[in-house]
Design a protein. Structure first.
Length: 773
């Protein structure tokens, strides 16, 4: 310990403090109660207001002896004395100096002590070390305060400016809620350095304790919070249940009366009774109860006895169908026939129609019109991408989150048990390990079985025999045979430009005007404009894109009208570009010339017929055959067969018989919007090849389709209706078809038959005769 300098000795009244330590340079107040202390205070007030205060070692002692008082205390100046009720006095003192008791001069009536003032040691506050020590003290104290917000923040800030280490240490010690013994310990230390360091140690320890403390706090709090939350939620749930009155007894009664009103079939009633008996035994919160509730709701929601009466008035039905749709004669006629027969024998099972055709030809929308024309409700089930039997027939209730299948769901939506149910995209259904949805459909469509359709979820039979089923598909290829056998196929091949024009003019335009909130007065679309849209902005078998383009035009018009409400927007062939941008399609073949090595082929895809131009180039080389562009495997085979044919017939064709060694042959099929493959490009490739090798041009108004054999025979193909339609659209005048397809000519569209020369060909000679100029 450093040498302390005793400056002065003083004789002063002494106050024994209980439970507190007063440090120099601090202001502090306390209450004085004891007689002895009050006397000491009184004496001090008349004597320079100085008093020596020191702590009792044991605060419980009422009448301390000198030995019970700590040796080191503080000389204080009394700043304020306030008399309080019940004989206590509140004193405000300012600590001045440390002092040690040298002797106790008097004990009665109050203590008088002789004390030695402890002078400040010669610790140098200007060194770097001392600055560091002070900063450390302040930092740690701030740290401590973060945990303990009992300390006044202004005070903490003021500490940063204190340059006197001793004073700083005293201030901090005084303001920290330290243990009394620790405080006294700090007071006892005379060396500034040692005092500051001891304080620092204490501070760090306190921080650690505080850290542990908050952790414990947090954990405890979290636990309590969680428990409380759960408790509250449970209580709320209880109240909700009470409010809703769904204690199980009440609930069961309610279901019973609801079910009674439905007049259910006997077996369903029995099933429901069983379920209700189970429900009544369950507690409100049992998760199984919810499964039963869902089940009963479904039973209640199904149209067991709801049905609509068919309007069998044929003239009326015809009116509705014609109002909404142009053409589609075959479909409309079939429906009239059905209605007529139904009028005679009411018990007839409905036909199951399957409308097959490219997208946008109105399959879905005519189905909706049929429902309307008969006064039935309408329910659509989209089958595209369905690969799970449960999608059709539901999941058993043992599955979590199980639901009825689409048939039952559709019935619920329809609200009647005899709706028109549309199976959309029946050709896009797949099957995998989860069971075959087609098998489930088969049962639904079978009039022998569908009186007792059983959904896995419902577990009771539902009679589907009154439902009128209609299916749609783009192609028949992917529909399973047994399913196909159940249905009556009606093909809708796609529309000619004229038909599209009629549809647009009479249906789409007015429909879209209405959709956009416009009137014919506000926007007029001229015939040439409609024709322009059809020819230059769409290329499709149906009218979906056409309808979209019309909507585009109307949107743009609406914009103009909003800007200037009085405007009349006139759309003509001339200003069409303003609305739709640059033309997308130009008249493909019509403007072309006869060329060598370029032949127009015809293809069929799921979105309708299409033309494709096949190009062949012959160059000096070593006999390589190169195939580029969009060729599928089948088309590649066709190309090879074509080459083979040309080789075997080279003499007759006037072609150098060594061509396959001397030249490189390049066959190219330009990419189209939809990929095409199939053998029907065979004769087209062969023609292009012969043309290129013999340098004879091909008539550009001729198109063709047909499979080729290596001997040059022409084999039949499918999709003739769509293909010839596409040819007609492209301005073709002559179409070469396989001889065996001659029987299909009758079924071709009238415009096609009227405008196109159809030439059946048995072999390549027949083809080349027509094609080469
Ligand atoms: P699909 O089901 O064959 O793909 P949609 O039924 O969706 O075709 O028809 C597309 C749009 O074209 C619908 O707005 C429909 O009303 C219209 N549409 C198609 N064909 C006709 C038609 N013959 N007469 C009137 N509108 C038609």
């Amino acid at each position: 310990m450093e040498q302390t300098v005793m400056k002065e000795t003083a004789t002063l009244p002494m106050l024994a403090l209980r439970g507190m330590v007063v440090f120099p340079n601090t202001l502090i107040h306390f209450d004085v109660v004891r007689e002895k202390s009050l006397l000491a205070l009184e004496n001090a007030m008349v004597n320079k207001q100085l008093i020596f205060v020191s702590m009792q070692t044991d605060p419980t002692i009422e009448n301390p002896k000198p030995a019970d008082i700590e040796n080191v205390g503080t000389i204080c100046k009394i700043s304020q004395v306030v008399k309080m009720p019940n004989n206590t006095v509140r004193v405000l003192v300012e600590g001045l100096k440390r002092a040690k008791i040298y002797d106790v001069a008097r004990v009665k009536p109050y203590f008088v002590a002789v004390v030695d003032e402890v002078e400040k040691d010669d610790y140098d506050d200007t060194t770097i070390e001392s600055e560091a020590l002070r900063r450390k003290l302040v930092d740690e104290f701030m740290n401590y305060c973060d945990y303990n917000n009992r300390v006044n923040s202004d005070f903490v800030v003021s500490l940063e400016n204190v340059e006197d280490t001793a004073r700083l240490a005293d201030s901090i010690a005084s303001n920290m809620p330290l243990k009394l013994l620790d405080k006294q310990k700090i007071l006892n230390i005379e060396s500034t350095k040692e005092r500051a360091e001891t304080l620092l140690e204490l501070l760090i320890r306190e921080i650690q304790i505080a850290e542990v403390d908050t952790n414990i706090d947090r954990k405890v709090k979290k636990n309590i919070d969680k428990n409380q939350r759960e408790y509250f939620l449970r209580e709320q749930l209880k109240v909700i249940h009470e409010e809703l009155g769904d204690d199980s007894e009440f609930e069961v009664e309610e279901y019973k009366s609801k079910l009674k009103k439905l007049d259910l079939p006997q077996n369903v009633v029995e099933k429901c009774e069983k379920e209700l008996a189970r429900l009544s035994k369950m507690s409100v919160n049992n998760p199984d109860a919810n499964v039963i509730r869902t089940y009963l709701e479904w039973i209640c929601d199904l149209p067991w006895n709801n049905f609509t009466k068919d309007t069998l008035e044929i003239s009326n039905a015809k009116e509705v169908l014609d109002r909404d749709h142009y053409g589609l004669k075959e479909v409309k006629e079939r429906i009239m026939e059905y209605l007529a027969v139904k009028k005679i024998t009411s018990s007839m099972a409905g036909p199951i129609l399957c409308l097959v055709g490219p997208p946008g030809v109105g399959k879905t929308s005519i189905a909706k019109s049929i429902a309307e024309s008969m006064g039935r409700s309408y329910a659509r089930i989209s089958l595209g991408g369905i690969r799970d039997e449960a999608d059709i027939r539901g999941h058993r209730r043992t599955y979590i989150g199980s639901m009825p299948g689409r048939i039952i769901t559709a019935l619920k939506q329809a609200g009647t048990n005899n709706p028109l149910m549309l199976f959309d995209e029946i050709d896009k259904m797949a099957s995998d390990y989860r069971g075959d949805p087609a098998a489930a459909l088969l049962e639904v469509l079978d009039s022998e079985q569908n009186t007792k359709f059983r959904d896995h979820f419902m577990e009771v039979d539902f009679d589907l025999s009154n439902v009128l089923f209609i299916a749609t598909a783009n192609t028949l290829d992917t529909i399973p045979r047994p399913l196909l056998d159940r249905m009556e196929i009606i093909e809708i091949p796609g529309y000619t430009s004229e038909e599209k024009f009629q549809i647009a003019k009479n249906h789409l335009l007015s429909k879209q005007l209405k959709n956009h909130g416009l009137t014919k007065k506000q926007v007029s679309v001229s015939d040439t404009a409609i024709k322009g849209i059809i020819a230059h902005y769409t290329k499709e078998a149906g009218v979906r894109a056409l309808e979209r383009k019309i909507a585009n035009v109307l949107r743009k018009s609406a914009l103009k009208i909003v800007d200037a409400p009085e405007t009349q927007v006139k759309i003509t062939g001339k200003n069409l570009e303003e609305f739709l941008g640059k033309e997308i399609f130009s008249d493909e073949f019509a403007s072309k010339k006869d060329e060598v090595g370029v032949v127009c082929g015809l293809a069929w895809t799921q979105v309708g017929g299409d033309t494709l131009s096949i190009e062949v180039n012959v160059m000096d080389g070593t006999g390589n055959l190169e195939l580029t562009g969009q060729l599928g495997d089948v088309m590649k085979e066709s190309a090879k067969a074509a080459v083979s044919y040309v080789r075997s017939e080279s003499d007759k064709l006037g072609i150098d018989s060594e061509f396959y060694k001397k030249y490189d042959i390049h066959i190219h099929v330009p990419e189209g919007a939809t990929p095409k493959d199939g053998p029907s490009a065979g004769i087209t490739i062969a023609t292009a090849l012969v043309s290129a090798l013999s340098q004879r041009a091909v008539n550009h108004k001729v198109a063709m389709t047909g499979e080729i054999t290596i001997r040059g025979r022409v084999l039949p193909i499918g999709g003739l209706r769509e293909k010839t339609l596409a040819a007609y659209q492209a301005g073709i005048k002559t179409v070469v078809i396989p001889f065996e397809n001659k029987k299909d000519i009758d079924e071709l569209e009238n415009v096609v038959k009227e405008n196109i020369d159809i030439i059946p060909a048995r072999n390549m000679n027949d083809v080349l005769k027509v094609a080469l100029v």
